[in-house]
Design a protein around this ligand. Structure first.
Ligand code: LIP
Length: 261
């Protein structure tokens, strides 16, 4: 039985998803325009965040807020904050690729306690609450049972635009590729982690990531039986900026390989 907070999150994600799907259809038409879709997608992103913010802060006005587009706003309740990426996979959306999601996490005293990752293009609603399991469209999720790296596939984000994390990520790939069944770079951290929770990916890591990209995914993976840590041991995975997750059998070997970098 979903809590009142989770129901509020699901409804906000669906309302924002309806707006994004409408805009996504327009983006597909803009691919051939000279100006491109950049400004249009930015407006779509901001519109979606405004919808989510109105819904969540309207229902829980004393909670804090962190949103990719509008930044951080403390709430009267210093222990709780919404952590929201209204459109994770922005570049995919911009290019008309139907792989993007609405990501909403609720943090309480530094720990994610409720999560929603909604993929409107595929109508997949990933949800989790602390201690109550992870679900995809109300079906229970479990991470994969694969035990050997050579049978496993991993997801990541490869830094672009001159980001300083690129060399380390390329070294990660050089170490991983010979010992795995492959790596996927699909452009949405929230969906990468949802897919680890669903057993579609066996693990995921990324060296340059924001709290709003991974907050919801962290709880999905944990509640599906997976392990999640900051790339730097001891740091908070939510705010560390670099993250590793995998199923329980693979995590230690996978994390050791990534941390060699
Ligand atoms: C994206 C992440 C993705 C990362 C991209 C980008 P955005 O978030 O979900 O994993 O590789 O560089 O940060 O910008 O689409 O919200």
């Amino acid at each position: 039985m979903a809590s009142a907070n989770l129901n509020i999150m699901i409804n906000a994600a669906r309302k924002a998803g309806r707006s994004l799907v409408k805009d996504f259809r327009e983006v597909e038409n803009l691919q051939v325009s000279v100006k491109g879709a950049g400004d249009f997608v930015s407006r779509a992103d901001h519109a979606a965040e405004a919808i989510i913010k109105d819904e969540l802060r309207g229902a829980r006005p004393n909670y804090g807020w962190v949103g990719e587009e509008t930044g951080a706003e403390p709430g009267e309740d210093p222990t709780r904050r919404w952590i929201v990426d209204p459109l994770d996979g922005t570049t995919n959306f911009l290019h008309g690729l139907p792989h993007w999601a609405v990501s909403i996490g609720l943090e309480h005293k530094g720990e994610i306690v409720a999560a929603v990752v909604f993929d409107p293009a595929k109508d997949e609603m990933f949800t989790a609450e602390k201690g109550d399991g992870a679900f995809l469209n109300n079906s229970r999720l479990r991470v994969s049972g694969r035990r050997s790296m050579i049978e496993s596939i991993f997801a990541t984000g490869v830094p672009f635009g001159g980001a300083r994390e690129l060399p380390a990520t390329l070294q990660d790939l050089a170490r991983l590729m010979p010992q795995t069944a492959g790596v996927r770079r699909w452009g949405s951290a929230a969906l990468d982690m949802a897919y680890v929770a669903a057993g579609r990916f066996d693990g995921y890591w990324e060296r340059r990531i924001k709290a709003w990209d991974v907050a919801a995914g962290i709880l999905l993976v944990k509640e599906a039986g997976g392990f999640v840590e900051a790339l730097e041991p001891g740091q908070s995975p939510v705010d560390s900026g670099a993250i590793i997750c995998a199923n329980a059998q693979l995590f230690d070997g996978f994390a050791k390989t990534i941390r060699q970098g």
